[in-house]
Design a protein around this ligand. Structure first.
Ligand SMILES: *Cc1c(COP(=O)(O)O)cnc(C)c1O
Length: 347
């Protein structure tokens, strides 16, 4: 792999105490090209704009997918990823669904390791601090022919992140728009899935909700997931989460929480969940918590939800499952606790 380092790091210009997440990037980026049936030209170079033709298929037909992962630094300055091979498997699934060529696991992992080690000072120690990593693949072949491309780029960029209090999060159960349909691309981290959510999410923000809880596209009867999070519901002392499907993304955080719950003997049911069931549980006072799970938020507690012009508030609990799971996961991610699952991966 060709490596061209920055002459001078940009890190001293970054205010890590007031990070505007997603707009600041580390010194280097990884890039490689798919041409003539193979991935070539793997290189790491200073983070910089790329040259791309206006006719590149990605702009016209949205042939692109991505991943989201984080690197954590422990007290001894060792850096860890969390289940990176699962991210690899998922980007392969996403690529296949979008008729894009697969990258090899070796290339994916090697690129991550070399890039993160080069930018290791950008991974700040301390609970809540991390380096968010964004691998992505897109069709850069110059042609507006509406078929799959023959040329692609696979790139990785990194953005320092810190956990911040995002205020109380209220969600709306959507019952007209849909995120994903049966047979569609909902299970893939396809770029277009997110663009399609912006308009309904904007409308819901105007109504006072930060996020949407998507329901099935047939009858809006079953709960699916939120924009970038899977969902858990606590009724009494039981946790519920919907099974993954072709319209629900198979979140790595979600499946980790299920494994932790099983190990810790917390009752967790993976089955289709009706919106009605959650409304009824809330009316009876049995709905204790709703929380989202995802790499960016880890675990995000939700304080209330709206459905058909009614607002339902969730009770405040001192011993929430949300904070229990967040601590369990963080302890593994930051190498604070023993990792009996084999999820930590040293870079
Ligand atoms: C990325 C994502 C998630 C969360 O997946 P993690 O692997 O836990 O980060 C959930 N839903 C959607 C739609 C996503 O894009």
């Amino acid at each position: 792999m060709k490596i061209k380092k920055v002459i001078k790091s940009n890190i001293s210009n970054v205010d890590f105490k007031n990070l505007n997440f997603g707009s600041v990037f580390s010194d280097h980026m990884f890039s490689c090209s798919y041409k003539n049936g193979e991935w070539t030209n793997a290189e790491i170079k200073p983070y910089q704009p790329i040259r791309i033709s206006p006719s590149a298929r990605v702009f016209h037909y949205g042939q692109a997918c991505f991943e989201g992962m984080k690197a954590f630094k422990d007290k001894k300055n060792k850096i860890w990823l969390f289940r990176p091979k699962d991210n690899y498997k998922r980007i392969v699934k996403s690529s296949e669904r979008l008729a894009m060529p697969c990258i090899s696991e070796k290339l994916f992992i090697d690129a991550l390791k070399i890039l993160i080690n080069l930018d290791k000072d950008w991974v700040k120690p301390g609970l809540g601090n991390s380096l968010y990593i964004r691998p992505f693949i897109f069709a850069d072949e110059p042609s507006i022919n509406a078929t799959e491309a023959d040329e692609y780029k696979f790139m990785i960029i990194c953005a320092p992140a810190k956990s911040y209090y995002s205020g109380d999060v209220k969600v709306k159960f959507e019952n007209s728009f849909s995120r994903a349909a049966k047979g569609g691309v909902g299970y893939a981290k396809a770029a277009g899935n997110y663009a399609a959510q912006f308009y309904p999410t904007k409308l819901s923000r105007e109504q006072g909700f930060q996020q949407i809880i998507w329901t099935d596209s047939n009858n809006h009867e079953y709960i699916e997931e939120a924009g970038t999070m899977n969902l858990f519901f606590r009724i009494g002392n039981k946790l519920l989460t919907a099974p993954t499907s072709d319209s629900i993304l198979d979140g790595i955080t979600r499946k980790s929480l299920i494994e932790i719950a099983n190990k810790e003997e917390i009752d967790v049911e993976v089955r289709p969940i009706k919106v009605d069931e959650i409304i009824n549980a809330s009316k009876k006072g049995e709905l204790k918590e709703i929380f989202g799970s995802g790499t960016a938020v880890v675990v995000l507690p939700i304080v209330g939800f709206g459905y058909k012009n009614k607002i339902y508030d969730l009770p405040k609990t001192d011993d929430s499952f949300a904070s229990y799971f967040k601590k369990k996961l963080n302890d593994i991610q930051y190498n604070i606790s023993n990792d009996c699952y084999g999820w930590r991966f040293e870079v």
